[in-house]
Design a protein around this ligand. Structure first.
Ligand SMILES: *Cc1c(COP(=O)(O)O)cnc(C)c1O
Length: 355
């Protein structure tokens, strides 16, 4: 089907909120742009998608999402280049991943043509919310929830797919302190760790509160059965540098297959950086920290791109990492952003022009 054949009902706002937003001082996720998209699943099929002014929606208290947590989401960004063109970074990956997540949670998959037609239209309508300049972007949050009423414990027959967006600023992301998980687990074999399921986040908040009470920011999750292998940070994938060798864990059914992660693995190969994708043992990292070979640890994800980890706690001991002048982390961040803002050659065909 041709993209222009997709019916799309559009109602634009009569009063834009854009002048109420201080784009110089944004706190992430606190402002939504003027419009949102939604599309209902009923009678066994996805109905006509709608773009409407952003605002509250009504659901019955018995809607299944509130009881059984059938909800998945995505996170992606739109970037504006100096000429005012708007670019998406590997959006095909996010589209495929939301359907991978949906499938695991028994949610019907969403059609590709509706996704891209309505997303591009939404961005065009709210294009003034996308600011030029380093680090500025529009964060895009597609998600699906189960909307059928009735508290019987079964999968829903009705769903709502939505896309909301919020302006996001170049913020100085400060380095974080982490703890390697030894008690709690984020995901188990055969579970939903590889899905961007809302419930994976709910389950992390309590252990993260405990970590915060100890002055740490986040948890690096380990494999649930032995806690001997480092997996991911729960909102970010994770890379370790020992000497000049970069290490990251392979994806499995406990780990989210991050777009930033796979892009950095490719960039490492492009730039002849020695990268190994293999199980990373806690023992190896602790030993490297002790003998001074552990140069950096960084997390990767769409929201912050790359975040430096300044130290980690394990077995009650805090290990501090050096703060390198020229780190792999900052190299990858710059290299990736140059592609995202259409300033560098996109030799892997990662970017897609929205309009
Ligand atoms: C979204 C997410 C990431 C990062 O994925 P990106 O595609 O790079 O944004 C990593 N881990 C988890 C658990 C996530 O939900």
């Amino acid at each position: 089907m041709n993209i222009t054949d997709i019916p799309l009902e559009i109602t634009t706002t009569k009063s834009s909120k854009i002048n109420q937003v201080d784009f110089e001082n944004l706190s992430f996720g606190m402002h939504n742009s003027d419009h949102m998209m939604y599309c209902d699943y009923a009678d066994g099929k996805w109905q006509t998608p709608k773009i409407v002014p952003y605002g509250p929606m009504e659901f019955e208290p018995s809607a299944k999402v509130f009881h059984y947590g059938q909800a998945v989401f995505e996170g992606m960004k739109a970037f504006k280049d100096d000429e005012g063109r708007v670019w998406l970074f590997r959006p095909d990956q996010n589209f495929e991943r939301i359907n991978t997540s949906s499938k695991r949670l028994a949610i019907p998959e969403f059609p590709k043509d509706i996704f891209f037609t309505s997303l591009k239209k939404l961005l065009e309508i709210d294009q003034n919310w996308i600011k030029k300049g380093e680090g500025n972007s529009l964060y895009i949050r597609p998600f699906v929830i189960a909307t059928e009423n009735g508290v019987s414990a079964s999968e829903s027959s009705q769903y709502r797919f939505m896309i909301i967006t919020c302006p996001s600023q170049a913020y100085y992301n400060k380095p974080i302190k982490v703890i390697f998980a030894q008690e709690f687990s984020r995901a188990a074999d055969g579970g939903v760790g590889y899905a961007k399921a809302a419930g994976n986040y709910a389950a992390q908040f309590y252990p993260t509160q405990l970590a915060k009470a100890k002055g740490l920011d986040q948890i690096i999750w380990t494999d649930a059965s032995s806690h001997e292998y480092l997996e991911e940070a729960g909102t970010m994938n994770i890379f370790f540098r020992i000497g000049d060798k970069l290490l990251t864990a392979p994806t499995n059914d406990r780990i989210l297959d991050g777009v930033t992660r796979k892009s950095i693995i490719q960039l490492a190969k492009d730039h002849n950086i020695d990268i190994t994708v293999d199980k990373v043992s806690v023992k190896e990292i602790v030993n490297a920290a002790k003998n001074g070979e552990l140069k950096e640890i960084f997390g990767t994800g769409t929201a912050a791109t790359v975040v430096r980890i300044e130290g980690f706690e394990h077995d009650g001991v805090y290990h501090e990492l050096p703060n390198l002048e020229s780190s792999y982390g900052s190299f990858f961040k710059t290299t990736l952003q140059d592609i995202q803002y259409n300033r560098a050659e996109d030799k892997h065909g990662w970017t897609m022009q929205a309009f």
